[in-house]
Design a protein around this ligand. Sequence first.
Ligand code: ASP
Length: 700
Amino acid sequence: MKRTKYCGHFSEGDVGKAACACGWVQSKRDMGGVIFIDLVDREGVLQIVFNPENTGAETFALAERVKNQSVLEVEGNLHLRDPETVNPKIATGTVELRVEEAKVLSAADTLPFVPEEAGNVRDDLRLRYRYLDLRRRELKDNLRLRHRASVLIHAFMADNGFIEVETPVLGKSTPEGARDFLVPSRVHPGDFFALPQSPQIYKQLLMVSGFDRYYQIARCFRDEDQRADRQLEFTQLDLEMSFVEMDDVLEILEALMKHLARELKGIEIKTAFPRMSWKEAMDKYGSDKPDLRFGLPIIDISDIAGKSDFSIFRQALKNGGVVRAICVPGKADFPRSVIDDLTNFAIDQGAKGMAWIAWREDGEIYSILDKYFTEDLMRELLEAVGAKAGDFILFSADQLNVVRQVSGAIRLYLADLLDLRTPGELNFSFVVDFPMFEYSEEEGRYVAQHHPFTMPKTEDLPYLETDPERIGSQAYDLVLNGTELGSGSIRIHDRDIQTRVFRQLGLSEEDIQDRFGFLLKAFRFGTPPHGGFALGLDRLIMLLADAPSLREVIAFPKLSNAYDPLTDAPSRVDQLQLDELHIALASDVAAGGGTALDKKEAAAAKTFDLQHLEQLSNIRLTESERSGMQAEIGSLIDFADQMSDLDTTGVEATRSMIADPRVFQGQEREPSLSQEDALANAAESEDGAFVVPVAVEQEL
Ligand code: ASP
């Protein structure tokens, strides 16, 4: 290879030697006759200098012409920089390559954005040009962190006796609770494969086969609504172990996390991780993935509230609800505006209001509750929540699930407000003892809280049919800083218990055979007790990289509307392909035809890009504002569609009932504005033209 080494690897040891470097032009400074270029590659940046003293006229002219992000190959000698140009911030800051020869290997066009500034560009634009976005150092660092994690994981798993086995991507639907992605079969008309939501069933079958310890870094697919911590396709470290109990699985996870934290972040984390029952997590932190980097526990004060005259508390209790409090130390002086924000936030989360107490340093108690609590009862209350003078206490009173949700959300809101979520800290914990089932109002039946292959608590088995709500499960979650990193369970390995669980989930005997007959059959031929886990690799890397979203740790992610603007996927396919797959689109059938393009445009018009509008106008909407506005815009678009569908042939145009003397439709057009007038109010103008931000210009 002609290149001596990576740009970022040159050092003082290379001074005095001939050097050849290749890379992208990151920036160019013309210092009156001498041109400095920062040439960059994946390893870093190197200053290259075009000086007529060493550089021929033709090469110098090339440096004058070359545009940012073009790819250059340069040759010359490596020198120490002049002392006044030394840059201690970069690894190659004391050296420079003085160019004798240069070649443009590939010239860059005008850029939609400068890669280093891509962090400030709207997501759809930066994902459309993801290859430019990925030139950024932060993203490269994130993906390299991911690569290092993956190398470490493979080694760790091998050292601990795990064997990697790949499982099919085209398979049968596995019920992890999300919608499947389906793949039509050409060979079996009308039949579909499902992309795996996880390799769950295959890994259990590998236990039946005697692999004993399996792992895989596996791609999983779930057709769910997107969030900052959710993508349609994601990667799991999936594992399964035979002849184990919960503790064995959790110990492996602890050891792996300890190893990764040490190797990747230089952090020593303490094991064993704290374990908390699901009920305790829900009651004390209002979440099944509690962020334990800070306190602010939720405290039940139902007994005390029941003795007060405060009708809202009494009413909630009378309706079978609870009253809970959070004490915020030292914040009795929260300004009114903060209290109002907290109240509005609580209401957004489903509360009807929010009672509070400000116990001032001087001992005075400010609260609506004051007149409904006797002095003794107030003292009892303050003691129960562990308050001192100077603290602020807030309350939530409603049905249990509402109170859990509201106070859990408020706890996080307070933590952000008070800056309690220390970035960089790694706080792991396990949540255990999950309920086996939860009732789904939507589906009108019980669904498995983890998945149907989870083993119920043995002592609860007698109540499986009669009292599903009391059945606990042998499931566990790993939580890091308030994010669920993964879940697992000890599995059912007995076909009778598995059948009973399926029945409890509302599956008919026929469904059971149809969907899971093969698994039940496998259990007939000698199945070891087994259990396992799956860890969300993208999420782990996101947290280790301190990145705000999964998009920052995935090379080619989708937008939040499940769309990839880079490749325009998903997109229409040829009729021929559909025919081969025996597929007729419902919209084609209903409309009796119509071109694919018409339909695509129609669909695009319906999904108004609110995010784009938010970014352009520099506003942030809350989740509820966003959904409200999306709904409103949707109904406006629907209304406009209905109007345009009306047959107006032969209908006379409506006349304005308001006389407006200023409006005339003259025969002649008014002379257009002079250029000077048109630009009079422009924020910025240049050579007789408005200056618009680059992002807007791209869109135009
Ligand atoms: N398959 C499960 C999941 O993806 C994890 C497990 O139980 O191992 O959540």
